[in-house]
Write a protein that binds this ligand. Sequence first.
Ligand code: ATP
Length: 245
Amino acid sequence: MVTPLETKHISKSYGNERVLSDINLSLNSNETLSILGRSGCGKTTLLKVLGGLESPDGGTVFVNQTDIQTLQPQDRDVVYLYQEALLFPHLTVFENIAFGLRLRKIDEKKVSKRTHTMIRKLQLNGMADRMPDQLSGGQKQRVSFGRALITNPSVLLLDEPFGNLDAYTRSNMQELFKQIANDLTITAVFVTHNVKEAILMGDRIGSISEGGLTIYPSVEAFVESEKNGVQEEIEFWQSIDKNTN
Ligand SMILES: Nc1ncnc2c1ncn2[C@@H]1O[C@H](COP(=O)(O)OP(=O)(O)OP(=O)(O)O)[C@@H](O)[C@H]1O
């Protein structure tokens, strides 16, 4: 079976600051890895390297067993989803979601069918003709998901995608994401600073500290572990959550 995402010995520095050091991971099809870690520890940098947006100083990222650096961006089969929903303001919901299909010159009938199916999956019925500025934050993020998923990427990289949403919308989005990731057999890396969310979304959990990535063999092992300052990190983020929610 092809491994959708694998890294070997990734390292990355900015100037004198070593941000990532000998990162090795391997994700199976339809597996979600949640990544936690203190602010500035390198979570976003890792996602950028995984998505081919930043080159590592050393090591290799393999997507479907091909070195990502040897592929053109449009052939990488990896989509990066930001905290902010990045939508084209002058395009309708339908056209925002259909964008990736149009780039691939898919015929109109298929574009219409696939886009409407995605709109239904995302519970955006009746909103196809709305413009982004007529949507709520949660609806915008769902359109953003639709844009990311419409081309059926093998790997989805999510950088605190629900960070700006209220608790109720966040919980709905978590459920919706899990459902769609299952339907479409997506392999995902999910960066969050919310421990509860990491546990809910992740089949496995990893933590970055001092440039290294520790992946726990199971969610239970993570919860039980007090090694590597995990307990301290949980308390750190909980104290921030208390102050911001
Ligand atoms: N383009 C860059 N040039 C120089 N330093 C950078 C650059 N991007 C990130 N860094 C530094 O690398 C370190 C890791 O940053 P990164 O954004 O990966 O952290 P993070 O874990 O995602 O943080 P947060 O949780 O606050 O978003 C930080 O010290 C940051 O200042």
